[in-house]
Design a protein around this ligand. Structure first.
Ligand code: CTP
Length: 400
C-alpha cells in the first residue's frame, strides 16, 4: 500500500526547529512527507534540513519545477496537510484564501483534512483578528490545535507556545485515521442543543448560566464533517454558525423545548448539550423592577421548567432514536452521573466536572461517557472536537 502522503507546511516562527521532530515522527511512522516551508521559515531552518529529513525537495515558490504544476499537485495529492508552526500571518492568509507562495497555494488546493498548530506571542494569539481567523478556519472544518501555555521566545511566558510535537503528531494520526471521506453519519439527521437558556425576570434581567455553547457547536461541526444533516438549537451563544448546520436560535428553556421537539420528530439522534435552566421566574415583570429606599427586595418566585432530555428519552419520536444527555457536576461526578442517566432515561450521558475556570467557555474538555447498557468511555483532556467525535462514534454504534 502507498504510504499516506502528508504535507508539512512550515511558516516563519522560531518553533520551526521543533517541526523537525514532528517531521521525524511522521517519516519514521511510515508517512511520505513533503515539507513546504515559507520563505520566512527558511530563516529559522534551512532547506537542506527539510529536504534531507523528508527525502524530497523543499521549495517555497510556485516557480520551481513548474512543469510539475506543484502549486496544484502537492495539495491535490495530499492525505493530510499539517501547518506547524502556523504563524498569525499564515492563519490570516489561510482564512482569507490568499495564495502568494507554494504553501498558501497548497492550502487552497487541498481537499484533505488540514491541521494547524499555531505558535506565536500571546498578544498575537489573543488579538481579535487572529481569533476570528481561527474561528473561520475551524468553521470550515480545519483542525486548529490550541497553543500551549508556557515559556515563549525571550523572557515572557503565556499562551502561544508551540504544542508538544508528540501531541501534534497524535492529532495528525487521529485526523488521518478518520480521513476526509469517512461520512458515517451520511443520510442521518441529528439534532443538537447548545448554549445556555436565559429566563427573563423583567425586560433587562434574566437568570442564566455560564455555558458558552462550544461543546454543542463542536458536536455540530463534527457531525457535519461526518455527513449528517444537522439542526443546531442554539440558546444565547455568540459563536459563529457552524458551516453546514441549520441553526435555530432560542432564548428560554420553553423555547428550546419547542425547537428541539420539532426538529427531533425525524431525527436519528438528539444530543442535549445545552445547559437548560431547571427553573424560571414564576412572574415576568413587563416593566423594569425598581429598588425602593427602605424596602427589602421582593423574593423571586421560581417554577419548574420542563425537563427536555427526560421527555425526549421517555417519548422517542422514532424507534431506535438515540438520545444523549450531558451532566455538569461539581462533586461525586461518576455516582451522580450514573444516577442522572437512570433518572433521565437517555442512552448516553456525557459527564464532566465543572467549577471555576473548568469546562465552561474553554475549548477543551475532559469527561466520561456513561451508557445505559453499563458502558463507560473515559475521554482524556483534549479539544471539545475530540469529545464530540467520541460521542458520534458511540451514537453511530447504536444506530447501526
Ligand atoms: N436538561 C433538559 N431540561 C432541563 C434541564 C436539563 O433537557 N430542564 C438536560 C441538559 O441539556 C443536559 C441534562 O439534562 O443534557 C443534564 O442537565 P443538568 O442540569 O446537569 O442536570 P439536572 O437535571 O439539572 O440535574 P441536577 O439538578 O441534579 O444537576
Amino acid at each position: 500500500m502507498d504510504k499516506p502522503k502528508v504535507v508539512l507546511g512550515v511558516s516563519g516562527g522560531i518553533a520551526a526547529y521543533k517541526a523537525c521532530e514532528l517531521l521525524r515522527r511522521l517519516t519514521e511512522s511510515g508517512h511520505d512527507v513533503r515539507v513546504v516551508p515559507t520563505a520566512s521559515a527558511l530563516h529559522f531552518v534551512g532547506e537542506a534540513t527539510w529536504s534531507a529529513l523528508s527525502g524530497h525537495p523543499a521549495g517555497t515558490e510556485v516557480w520551481e519545477s513548474v512543469h510539475e504544476v506543484p502549486h496544484v499537485r502537492i495539495g491535490q495529492q495530499a492525505d493530510l496537510v499539517v501547518v506547524a508552526p502556523a504563524t498569525a500571518d499564515m492563519l490570516a492568509k489561510a482564512a482569507h484564501g490568499l495564495a502568494d507562495d507554494l504553501l498558501t497555494n497548497t492550502l487552497l488546493t487541498a481537499r484533505c483534512p488540514v491541521v494547524f498548530a499555531p505558535a506565536m506571542h500571546t498578544e498575537m494569539w489573543e488579538n481579535p483578528a487572529t481569533q476570528e481567523n481561527v474561528a473561520t478556519l475551524r468553521r470550515r472544518g480545519a483542525v486548529v490545535i490550541e497553543p500551549a501555555v508556557g515559556r515563549l521566545t525571550g523572557v515572557d511566558t503565556g499562551k502561544g507556545r508551540f504544542p508538544d510535537p508528540a501531541e501534534i503528531f497524535e492529532t495528525c494520526r487521529r485526523v488521518l485515521a478518520r480521513g476526509a471521506g469517512e461520512r458515517d453519519l451520511a443520510g442521518r439527521h441529528v439534532v443538537i442543543s447548545a448554549g445556555g437558556t436565559r429566563e427573563p425576570l423583567d425586560p433587562v434581567r434574566y437568570l442564566g448560566n455560564r455555558s458558552s455553547g462550544r461543546q454543542g457547536y463542536a458536536l455540530a461541526r463534527t457531525a457535519v464533517a461526518r455527513g449528517a444533516r444537522v439542526t443546531l438549537v442554539a440558546a444565547n451563544s455568540e459563536l459563529p454558525d457552524p458551516a453546514g448546520a441549520d441553526v435555530v436560535r432560542v432564548g428560554t428553556a420553553v423555547q428550546l423545548r419547542e425547537a428541539v421537539l420539532k426538529a427531533a420528530a425525524d431525527a436519528d439522534a438528539v444530543v442535549m448539550a445545552a445547559a437548560v435552566a431547571d427553573f424560571r421566574p414564576a412572574h415576568y415583570a413587563p416593566g423594569k423592577i425598581k429598588k425602593r429606599d427602605g424596602e427589602e427586595p421582593a423574593p423571586v418566585e421560581l417554577v419548574r421548567n420542563p425537563d427536555v432530555l427526560a421527555e425526549l428519552s421517555a417519548d422517542r419520536a422514532r424507534p431506535g432514536q438515540v438520545v444523549v444527555g450531558f451532566a455538569a457536576e461539581t462533586d461525586d461526578v461518576l455516582a451522580n452521573g450514573r444516577a442522572k442517566l437512570a433518572r433521565k432515561g437517555c442512552d448516553l450521558l456525557v459527564v464532566n466536572e465543572v467549577g471555576e475556570g473548568r469546562t465552561f467557555g474553554s475549548a477543551e474538555n475532559e469527561a466520561v461517557v456513561l451508557a445505559a447498557d453499563g458502558g463507560e468511555t473515559p475521554v482524556p483532556h483534549g479539544p471539545k472536537e475530540d469529545l464530540a467525535d467520541i460521542v458520534w462514534d458511540l451514537v453511530v454504534g447504536r444506530l447501526a
